[in-house]
Design a protein around this ligand. Sequence first.
Ligand SMILES: Nc1ncnc2c1ncn2[C@@H]1O[C@H](COP(=O)(O)OP(=O)(O)OP(=O)(O)O)[C@@H](O)[C@H]1O
Ligand SMILES: [Mg+2]
Length: 255
Amino acid sequence: MSGTPVLATQGLTRRFGGLVAVNDVTMSVPQGQTLGVIGPNGSGKSTFINLVTGHLRPTKGSVLIDGKDLTDAKPWVIAGARVARTFQIVKPFRGMSVRENVAVGILYGPEGTGRMAPALRAADEVLGEVGLGGSGDKAPGELSVADARRLEFAKALALRPRLLMLDEVMAGLRPAEIEPSLALINTLKAGGMTIIVVEHVMKAILAVSDQVMVLNQGTLLMTGSPREVLSDPRVIEAYLGQKYAQRQAGGEAGA
Ligand SMILES: Nc1ncnc2c1ncn2[C@@H]1O[C@H](COP(=O)(O)OP(=O)(O)OP(=O)(O)O)[C@@H](O)[C@H]1O
Ligand SMILES: [Mg+2]
């Protein structure tokens, strides 16, 4: 295991017109760690993932995967470097079964042999891991919200990534539905996978994160242990206070 971080960004910045969605973010994740990412709506969490995975080009700054500069690399080049991600807005291929959705990633992924039968078998294995074992024959449109998110998780996992980036895979799930996802993340972690978890569900962040990075208006507010982050006055003011206030008011902020 080398000391080179699996992911490092330096001064990563993305503007949309006058808006700086991600502002000068320098960070790194060591091999095998799970990094939680929190921040208010619109603080740049998804944009950050999109910059790392090549779905958006940075205005400034760099992205290093395993020490290699992959700034501006295309998404399939990043995927080839064994980085996989989920999309916050689930994106299944509608004309295919759930099993085929996962198999496509395997066929064309870094370990794809181009042969359908083994890809379908491997897809069933991954579907079992995410708790969708019985749903392979279904159409994606038949899945519940929770299961559609599990499918998104399975599509990323099928690439057997070294770095997995999860963008709100637990959003909208009931507490009982969150537990299996947390257990799966901890199993992947035990296997040495490096994972970035973007979530508003604080319970999930606390259950899996070694470190937590807090974004606020595109800027890196702080990185620390879950305990440090939770007790930091700046984080409470920028994010947690708002969530607790919403909860007090009866709005479920997902904590
Ligand atoms: N393609 C785009 N064009 C213009 N503005 C964008 C685009 N993508 C994101 N933004 C803006 O950039 C900011 C950061 O958005 P982003 O989606 O990264 O936030 P987020 O932290 O993921 O929020 P949420 O918690 O709601 O998912 C927001 O103000 C958003 O409106
Ligand atoms: Mg987002």
